[in-house]
Design a protein around this ligand. Structure first.
Ligand SMILES: [Zn+2]
Ligand SMILES: [Zn+2]
Length: 345
């Protein structure tokens, strides 16, 4: 089969590789129908993720059809259409029993990291019963790829951890796919204002269409000054970091109101300063989280009910044989306007 393979920092290729086989009785083999590229894949290609070793098939998002099930799989059968969670979970270990699937003792973020991933014709899914979700009949399966990772991530790490509440004020730093996923799901809770901060006017215009009430171009104005002016000097109840660099985390510390929350989503590769000399008395909470995908079932219902529409996050489509072009377009998002690119084997 064809697969996009990581060969070490800055090296990847579309290779012909062996089709995966069932290893454990709880595995399922899924034929991929739609997959995508994540910003995390670009981090891997930069060499930021040492757990992902050369030879690994990338990708941790996708939908597909069950091709084969191991003898212990009871919830799915051959031919079922399934959503693949970016987090693999056994459902039984101590961390799974507290819904912290991201830290499952025999799971977590494995796909496209410590085991072969979804940017391929087929993928092996361990703990299939608790790591796959049935696709509701009649839903747009392409759009459901947004529920493998980015929507649960934006919702759990940004909205839930950020305690976004009716009437509250929210600043989201970073209007990429994850920031936009947070913006979409923040509106479940009717905040009074959602300030979107980015340096790309095209992404800010998208954020406006997705429901942002105010846009701040942090390249053109001082974002902290702008947010102070928009909040009577108070700051925001929730500051969401959706970039993953020190400057944006430090910016969040300048945006948060007393009693507020800084909710980090970004993948950070280097240390960032924490200004405790100012924040120590501000009753501020700082949260971090790897997505648990504990909200996936709920998000599937909101998509089925059409209260959440993930389809506008998709900007480009490629065949798997053009996956190298897909990476190029995704990596040059400032030029290409790419948000999420769908890859179809
Ligand atoms: Zn991802
Ligand atoms: Zn577990």
């Amino acid at each position: 089969m064809k697969a996009l393979v990581y060969h070490g920092p800055n090296t990847k290729s579309l290779d012909e590789v062996a089709k995966p086989a069932i290893i454990d009785p709880g595995d399922a083999l899924v034929r991929i129908t739609h997959t995508t590229i994540c910003g995390t894949d670009l981090h891997i290609l930069k060499g930021d993720v040492p757990s992902c070793t050369p030879g690994r098939i990338l990708g941790h998002e996708g939908v597909g059809v069950i091709e084969y099930t191991g003898s212990a799989v009871t919830s799915f059968k051959v031919g079922d259409h399934v959503l693949i969670s970016c987090i693999t979970s056994c459902g039984r270990c101590e961390n799974c029993r507290r819904s912290m699937y991201s830290h499952c003792i025999s799971g977590g973020w494995m796909l496209g990291n410590t085991i072969d991933g979804t940017q391929a014709e087929y993928v092996r899914i361990p703990h299939a019963d608790t790591s796959l979700y049935p696709v509701p009949a009649g839903t747009d399966e392409e759009a459901l790829v947004m529920l493998s990772d980015i929507l649960p991530t934006g919702f759990e790490c940004g909205v839930l951890n950020g305690k976004i509440a009716p009437g509250g004020t929210v600043a989201i730093v970073g209007a990429g796919p994850i920031g936009l996923a947070c913006l979409l799901t923040a509106q479940f809770y009717s905040p009074a204002a959602i300030f979107m901060i980015d340096i790309d006017d095209k992404r800010l215009a998208t954020a406006r269409r997705f429901g942002a009430t105010h846009l701040v171009n942090g390249g053109a104005v001082d974002a902290a000054t702008a947010i102070a002016a928009l909040t009577n000097g108070r700051g925001v109840d929730t500051a969401v970091e959706a970039v993953g660099i020190p400057a944006t985390f430090e910016l969040c510390q300048n945006l948060v109101a007393a009693g507020g929350v800084i909710a980090n989503i970004g993948v950070h590769g280097v240390k960032a300063d924490l200004h405790l000399e100012r924040l120590w008395s501000h009753n501020v909470t700082i949260t971090t989280r790897l997505v648990d995908t504990a909200s996936t079932s709920m998000l599937l219902k909101t998509v089925a009910a059409k209260t959440l529409d993930p389809a506008p996050l998709i900007t480009h489509r490629f065949a798997l044989c053009d996956a190298m072009d897909a990476y190029d377009v995704f990596a040059r998002a400032a030029d290409t306007g790419a948000l999420k690119v769908i890859i179809t084997p």
